[in-house]
Every structure is written in C-alpha cells, then in structure tokens.
Design a protein around this ligand. Structure first.
Ligand code: NAD
Length: 356
C-alpha cells in the first residue's frame, strides 16, 4: 500500500518543473556531484522553478500536498546539504542529527520560525532562511477581514439569513461593535502589526495602543501608537489584535489574566500563532461574557478537531490558518525560500536570514 501511495504521488505531480528535478539527479556538466537538498512538500511553482532551474542542487521532494511523515523525513534528510521546509515540520535535534554534519542550511517557507530549534541550528553552525515582508500585506488584509467578520457578526448573520432566523427588522438584533472612535491594541507591533494599523486607521479608529518587548518608534511613526504595558492595553482596548511571534515568553500570554482585564464588549483577534493563546481560558472568557467575541486564524493544535468546544460558540470565528493565502503571496514565499536556500548552499548572503 505504502509503495503504491508513493508511486501515485510521484505520478500525480502538480508541479511541471518536477520533471526537471529528475534530470538534476545526475552530476552536472563538469561531472561534479551537486549538493542534495530535500523539499518537504509540493510547493508553489515559482519556488520550484527557482530550485530546479538553478543547476545548483539535486532535489528530492515529498511530492504531496500533505505533510511528510516524520519517519520519512528522518530517513530522507540523511546526508543532505539543504532542507526546504514548511511550518508543519518540527526541525529539532532529532532531524538535524538524522541529517548529519553535511547540513548547511534550512530554509522555511514562513516568517514564523517557532517550529525550528534555533539553539540546535546554532550549535551546529547551520543557517536559517525565512520569508518576512512578502506576506505582510496579505496577512494584514486577512486580519482586518477577520476582525470585521467577528465584530460585525458576519458568519452568524449569514447563518440566520440561510436558516430562517431572519424575521422582521429589529433595532438591536445582530448588533456588534464598530471601529469608529474605538481604541485598538496591537500585541506585537512588528511588520504585520504595523500593516494592520495602517489598514484600520481609515475606519476611524481614535487611538492605537501597542504592547511589545520595548517601544518600537520605528513602527509607530507613520501612524502614531502609544507603547503601554500589556495590562493597560487589555483594560483600554475595544479590539485586541495579536501579531507577535510565538516565543517561550509569548507562549500562552493571552490567558485568564488578560481576558479578565479586558472590556466585556471587547473583540480579541489572533493571526499570529495558536500557542500565544490559552484556549481553555479563551473559551471561558467567551462563555462567561468576559469578552464579546474572538476571531482566530491560528489554533493549537492545527487543524483544530471539529468537536472542539471553541467551534461550537457563535461568538468565536475560526479560520483554518489562511492569513497569507493569496496565490501571489504563496508564490512569493516559495520563491524567497528557494532563493534563500540556494544562497545558503553557496555560502552567500541570503535575501532573508534569521540571525542566530
Ligand atoms: N496566520 C498566518 O498565516 C501568519 C502569517 C504570517 C505570520 N504569522 C505570524 O505573525 C508573526 C509576526 O510576523 P511579523 O512579520 O510581523 O514579525 P515581526 O518580527 O516583524 O513582528 C513580531 C513582533 O512581535 C514582538 N514580540 C516578540 N516577543 C514579544 C513579547 N514577549 N511581547 C510582545 N511582543 C513581542 C516583536 O518585538 C515584534 O515587534 C510571525 O512570527 C508569525 O508567527 C502568521
């Protein structure tokens, strides 16, 4: 069965460039063996084209839209020089040991790198490429869409229209909360946080607050935002938008303490990583009316089991991690990750590299 599945995967490639991959298995014109790289998924064509046309590497790929099984990953990385991965692969000591001392570069097709053990890479002198900037606009756009869908109860309203809940026009039926004259608090004013602010400003937001590891005047100049402690952000915000990286410090940072300080009319939005939220605490806050509603693009785990209690709540909108999902953005991410990998293989400066 397993062999059949593999054959099917090899036959049903969606990436035309995959065929040139086979040619790259041979030594190059000078008869030199090219460095081997492993690509952990079928990736958007712009990325595959860069890799396959470079003539710089022998590509092996998990040619599927589903994640590579861990056992397969551990087997395939042995002796590779470069690893092209996605956020679904945990790149830890086990994978790096399985790869062995030949591994020079890991390139992830994501801006978040919480799935990669930086400490283990550093110990081994392995470089890490990632994909900031190219996804900022798409993620900010989706964050605003999710905020509006949550605060103006769009999914609930669509359900009512479809399922006969739409009776006569009633003054307070389906009322939500608007952005005009509101205070918006951004947790983590990085690239995406600032891009979210820029998009929300024209909606008439009165005041922007942000909490971060320290003041970020570089990010809070075009649109003024006040640096405040997280507690103050919680107390004063009508909308909290989480845009920080997932780190040991931000793991579970949005929990009971934060929700209990928030206004009972406040809206909570998270498009960063599921791990920043304590989901049991969020559930309680939503059920007990501590906060008005939540919109999540990311959860822990992913996918969230379909019987998860949060999915049963009307005041919780959950999306399946689609913030960067535009065709152009995913191609740009794939291309940047490919260029980063090739630069790393050649010992050159990467377009975007995580300093270790
Ligand atoms: N939902 C998605 O599909 C999607 C897509 C892209 C990015 N993301 C997530 O968004 C995150 C942000 O991306 P970015 O490009 O804006 O990164 P960024 O590095 O520009 O911004 C992250 C911000 O978080 C802040 N931060 C770090 N630790 C903090 C702490 N302890 N408390 C408060 N703030 C803290 C940083 O100082 C920085 O300002 C990524 O790390 C990723 O996890 C999600």
């Amino acid at each position: 069965m397993r062999t059949l599945g593999r054959l099917r995967r090899l036959k049903t490639t969606l990436v035309p460039e995959f065929h040139s991959w086979c040619k790259l298995q041979a030594p190059n014109a000078a008869g030199k063996q090219l460095p081997r790289i492993y690509v952990t998924r079928r990736i958007p064509p712009d990325g595959m084209k860069i890799l396959s046309q470079s003539g710089l590497c022998n590509i092996e790929q998990w040619d599927s839209d589903e994640p590579v099984p861990r056992s397969e990953l551990l087997e395939k990385v042995a002796g590779i020089r470069g690893l092209y991965c996605l956020l679904t692969e945990k790149i830890d000591a086990e994978v790096l040991d399985a790869a062995g001392p030949s591994l020079q570069v890991v390139s992830t097709m994501s801006v978040g790198y919480d799935h990669v053990s930086l400490e283990e890479l550093k110990k081994r002198g392995i470089r890490l490429g990632y994909t900031p900037d190219v996804l900022t606009e798409a993620v900010a756009e989706l964050t605003v869409a999710l905020l509006l869908a949550t605060s103006r109860r769009l999914l609930e309203a669509v359900d009512e229209a479809k399922n006969g809940g739409w009776g006569t026009w009633k003054p307070l039926w389906m009322c939500g909360y608007g952005l005009t004259d509101s205070t918006v608090g951004i947790l983590g004013l990085g690239r995406i946080g600032a891009a979210v602010m820029a998009r929300l400003k024209p909606f008439g937001v009165k005041r922007f607050l942000y909490a971060d590891t320290g003041p970020r005047p570089d990010m809070a100049t075009k649109i003024p935002a006040e640096f405040v402690p997280l507690e103050e952000l919680a107390r004063h915000s009508d909308f909290i938008v989480v845009c920080c990286a997932l780190t040991p410090e931000t793991q579970g940072i949005c929990g009971n303490r934060l929700f209990s300080l928030m206004k009972d009319t406040a809206i909570f939005i998270n498009t960063s990583r599921g791990g920043v939220v304590n989901q049991e605490d969020l559930y309680q806050a939503l059920v007990n009316g501590q906060i008005a509603a939540a919109g999540l693009d990311v959860t822990e785990p992913e996918p969230l089991p379909t019987d998860h209690p949060l999915l049963k709540l009307k005041n919780c909108v959950i999306l399946p991690h689609i913030a960067s999902a535009t065709v152009a953005t995913r191609n740009a991410m794939a291309a940047l990750a490919a260029s980063n990998l090739l630069a790393g293989l050649q010992g050159k400066a990467m377009g975007k590299e995580v300093p270790l």
